[in-house]
Design a protein around this ligand. Structure first.
Ligand code: VGL
Ligand code: ZN
Length: 204
């Protein structure tokens, strides 16, 4: 077995005080720092949107958290967040990235969102991460970060479909829970797909 930890979107805009803050999102930072030396490889991701991105309510004049259809895809209307190069898109200042081998940015195309760090929301356009990991002989992918019910969830499903053994380190994740109940629903679906839900102290 060869393992990789994927640290998902631990960025200022998803943390308390940020544009799309996940409640208690900062509490996972020390947990991630503690586990990250335990893996063969570590990848960190950044949500990295251009101004006027398709996922921003402001782009369409829509209400926040409304779901609209754009180019045939359902799209949640988020507040403007993680605009490329802004402080909101920076990693949390205490996130220890000394073990990170690769930083991958996603959602950078104006007309398509990318929750998953493997495939954009059209489920076709790859980010290259699948082949990076397969090229290194990684068999087991562990996911942590933000948000449990969006980027972690869609990344976990894609990783499983791509043939990796997949675990979500549940105490190293926090969800946005939009709409309410979404985190619980996503956890159920992940368990059905044989994605393991593990605790950080089982990895140490
Ligand atoms: C995310 C909503 C919008 C995430 C990204 O990182 O889970 N959620 N963009
Ligand atoms: Zn986003």
């Amino acid at each position: 077995m060869k393992s990789c930890l994927i640290i998902t979107d631990v960025q200022n805009d998803f943390l308390p005080g940020g544009a799309l803050a996940v409640a208690d999102g900062d509490l996972i930072v020390p947990v991630i720092n503690k586990i990250s030396p335990e893996f063969d490889r570590v990848v960190a991701t950044q949500d990295w949107h251009p101004p006027g991105h398709v996922s921003f309510a402001s782009t369409h004049g829509s209400n926040l958290y409304e779901v609209i259809t754009v180019n045939g895809l359902k799209q949640v209307m988020w507040p403007d967040h993680c605009v490329a190069g802004t402080s909101g898109a920076d990693f949390h200042k205490d996130l220890d990235l000394r073990h990170a081998d690769l930083i991958i940015r996603k959602g950078a195309h104006r007309t398509i969102d990318s929750y998953s760090t493997f495939l954009e929301n059209d489920k076709k356009t790859g980010t290259g991460l699948e082949y990076y990991l397969k090229g290194l002989g990684i068999t087991d992918v562990f996911l942590c970060g933000l948000a449990t019910d969006y980027c972690v969830y869609y990344s976990a499903l894609d990783a499983k479909n791509m043939g990796f053994n997949v675990s979500v380190v549940i105490d190293a994740c926090k969800g946005v829970d939009v709409p309410r109940g979404n985190v619980a629903k996503c956890l159920e679906i992940m368990k059905e797909r044989e994605i393991r839900i593990v605790k950080s102290d089982h990895l140490l």
